[in-house]
Design a protein around this ligand. Structure first.
Ligand SMILES: [Zn+2]
Length: 110
């Protein structure tokens, strides 16, 4: 299954539930101690390496959360490609996964 915070794949049974979200071990530790030392660095360096699509995704999410299908409707790419870019944004902690009425939606962290 996939970590809902960073999007990394993990073995079934390795996930940790935290406030209703399934997190990998690293993210769970991160959440428990929010003052992670490496995070500001990751964020800073990753902002520079956003590609055009990722920028457009972030622009789309400015108005609020959106599902994969909603994002795909507004962007010139298929859902698998979009999912890959969203995975990248999640690893940079710029986008997070949430649930809205049983649907998986993406929202910006800032
Ligand atoms: Zn994680």
């Amino acid at each position: 299954m996939q970590c809902e915070r960073c999007g990394s794949l993990m073995a079934l049974g390795a996930e940790t539930a935290h406030n209703g979200r399934f997190l990998c071990r690293e993210c769970h530790l991160d959440v428990l101690s929010p003052s992670g030392v490496c995070e500001p660095w990751t964020l800073q360096s990753s902002r520079r390496s956003l590609n055009d699509i990722q920028r457009r995704i972030l622009t789309c999410l400015k108005a609020g959360s959106a599902s994969l299908a909603e994002l795909a409707a507004g962007l010139p790419m298929g859902e698998p490609d979009l999912e890959r870019e969203l995975g990248g944004l999640q690893r940079m902690d710029l986008v997070r996964v949430a649930r809205k009425g049983g649907t998986k939606v993406f929202r910006r962290t800032t």
